[in-house]
Design a protein around this ligand. Structure first.
Ligand code: SF4
Length: 267
């Protein structure tokens, strides 16, 4: 069976998993093995997603499962993205009930690990959350093919999409697809609020050219899309020192030549 959810297009034999370690061939059908398996649940400030221009000052119930369809050596969340962590099962009905009963909560953010690989769960929850007049937020690497994305896009109110770099080579080294990430931003910006995050890693994606080129592309969609340049700290397989603050401030100045809202994160 071929999984057509993301650009890996995995061929999965009976009872085996795809590259993400989540989607599985069961009796000739591709299913998501992490359906409803929640590893993290917290009421976070919306700014923590980060979303700075979507109900600023509010809080959102944030949930994550496990697994990812990229394998970034610098992953800042590798404990749940690259491993099957302990989980609690929450049906879409139960998650919606918790969201409704949580005080001062504007909705549910699917975050912490890559939510699009839990496609069926996110869709099932999003339908119920919309019925309850709650917001649906996705924090994603954007690695989802157009056909499933079109089915999801109308159910999502806001996205934070991680643009890892402005380089096909960089994406390949982290097992992702540059063109898919760009296309996802272009598609979802037509139907939802969008903000972009880029983790700036010394010697990897911190050159002026990349940020200038990415900002120009983003401004072509809308100069009002907020860009968050986030500070890298050594994690997982990367032991380079943390990004110098001066680098971040230099790149912010470059991005601001094209974009109206550029922020520094994790300093
Ligand atoms: S979602 Fe998982 S199984 Fe499906 S194509 Fe992507 S990596 Fe492969």
């Amino acid at each position: 069976m071929k999984c057509k959810l993301c650009p890996h297009y995995c061929d999965i034999s009976e009872n085996a998993y795809g590259f993400c370690g989540v989607r599985k061939n069961v009796d000739g059908e591709i299913v998501s093995d992490n359906y409803g398996k929640i590893t993290s649940l917290a009421l976070d400030p919306i700014e923590k997603k980060p979303l700075y221009h979507f109900f600023p000052g509010s809080k959102i119930l944030s949930v994550g499962s496990y697994g990812c369809n990229m394998k970034c050596g610098f992953c800042q969340n590798f404990e749940i993205s690259q491993n099957k962590a302990n989980y609690e099962y929450l049906s879409p009905e139960k998650l919606t009930e918790i969201a409704i009963n949580t005080q001062d909560n504007i909705g549910v953010a699917f975050t912490y690990n890559e939510p699009t690989i839990s496609f069926e769960y996110v869709v099932d929850c999003a339908k119920l959350l919309k019925q309850a007049d709650l917001n649906v937020v996705l924090v994603s690497n954007g690695q989802i093919n157009s056909a499933p994305l079109e089915k999801l896009a109308n159910l999502v109110d806001a996205w934070n999409i991680d643009m890892k770099a402005w380089s096909e080579d960089f994406y390949k080294r982290q097992f992702g697809d540059f063109e898919t990430a760009k296309r996802t931003v272009e598609i979802v910006s037509k139907t939802a609020h969008v903000e972009i995050t880029t983790l700036i890693i010394p010697g990897e994606n911190d050159n002026d050219y990349e940020i200038a080129a990415m900002s120009k592309w983003l401004a072509g969609i809308s100069a009002d899309i907020p860009l968050h340049l986030s500070r890298y700290f050594p994690r997982y397989n990367y032991d380079k020192p943390a990004t110098p603050k001066d680098t971040l401030f230099r790149l912010v100045r470059i991005a601001k030549q094209q974009l109206n809202y550029v922020y520094v994160g994790n300093v």
